[in-house]
Design a protein around this ligand. Structure first.
Ligand code: NAD
Length: 289
């Protein structure tokens, strides 16, 4: 299929390359010349504008920084410029309200849409092992499924429009809270004189076990290989965790939901990012404890 890909950054670059590998004709656009160069190296054709990239395509995939940019790209250059009936897949992490608004405008103009944010970082984007949480109607989901499957290991239908973004913010709020809890437990264990490997051996098979401990341990040299073993470089940046926690808090406010732990996690990550650590993996917050 002819697919336009907009936003070829850390995540989108690898995702577009995987669409090429799966045999799609990828028409790529990004504002950054270096991103376009990399897309060409991976076999995509590149264009000078979004409007040119979406000519004649069956689908448009986007991986952009935030909701404001997603809205301006779709409302300014995709809707009314991509062929009527094309499937629009936004994989960016954005607020639920903007996702629903943009989808509504696109559907009113005759397009099919899904919001399909991802779990998994840059390595998963490059390796084609992302998990997609998809919001949209059954027909759009069925058409989106094979396109997303070329970039991921799991494609899950979360519900109607915006449901993918809702699942993403709830998941990442839980992850942020869980990581801080894991860090606190290790910090306390250390103060109490426990050997950290021994604490891991006990807790990883006890009721405190969680993903932040057994798949992404924040303590260097303990558990499987993780960013902690690499000076907290790479992985999932604190700034991105903060972005997702802010989206979760916005969603909680709109929905009238009580999220005291999510709120506290957002405050702690904001303080950590403001102290100059926004580029470190989010598990580095253990250093503040
Ligand atoms: P990034 O900043 O590396 O890439 C974004 C790209 O969008 C850049 O190349 C930028 O030039 C381009 N861009 C910005 N405005 C544009 C416009 N108007 N038109 C075309 N291109 C434009 O960001 P990223 O890490 O790839 O993240 C992209 C999205 O994925 C974000 O919504 C982020 O929250 C989400 N996400 C990131 C990760 C991660 O680990 N990096 C994990 C899960 C989800």
């Amino acid at each position: 299929m002819k697919i336009a890909f907009i936003g070829l950054g850390n995540m989108g670059g690898g995702m577009a390359a995987n669409l090429v590998k799966a045999g799609h004709e990828v028409r790529a656009f990004d504002l950054a010349p270096a991103a376009l160069e990399r897309a060409r190296e991976h076999g995509a054709e590149t264009f000078a504008t979004v409007r040119e990239a979406v000519q004649g395509v069956g689908a448009v995939v986007s991986m952009l920084p935030n909701g404001q940019i997603v809205r301006s790209v779709y409302e300014g250059d995709v809707i009314g410029h991509a062929p009527a009936g094309a499937l629009l897949l936004d994989c960016s992490t954005i607020d639920v309200a903007t996702a629903r608004d943009v989808a509504g405008a696109a559907e009113a103009a005759g397009y099919e849409t899904v919001d399909a944010p991802v779990s998994g970082g840059i390595a998963a984007a490059n390796g084609g092992t992302l998990t997609f949480m998809v919001g949209g109607n059954d027909g759009a989901f069925t058409k989106a499924q094979p396109i997303l499957a070329a970039m991921g290991k799991a494609v899950i239908h979360a519900g109607g429009s915006g449901a993918g973004q809702a699942a993403k913010v709830c998941n990442n709020m839980l992850l942020g809270i869980q990581m801080i809890g894991t860090c606190e437990a290790f910090a306390l264990a250390q103060r109490l004189g426990l050997d950290l490997q021994t604490f891991y051996d006990i807790s990883s098979v006890s009721s405190g076990q969680c993903w932040s401990m057994t798949s992404y341990c924040p303590v260097p040299g303990v558990g499987p290989q993780s960013p902690a073993d690499n000076g907290y470089q790479g992985g999932f940046a604190t700034a991105l965790m903060l972005k997702d926690l802010k989206l979760a808090m916005e969603a909680a406010q709109t929905a009238g939901s009580q999220t005291p732990m999510g709120q506290r996690a957002a405050e702690l990550y904001a303080a950590f990012a403001e102290s100059g650590h926004g580029g470190l993996d989010f598990s580095a917050i253990i250093e503040t404890l």
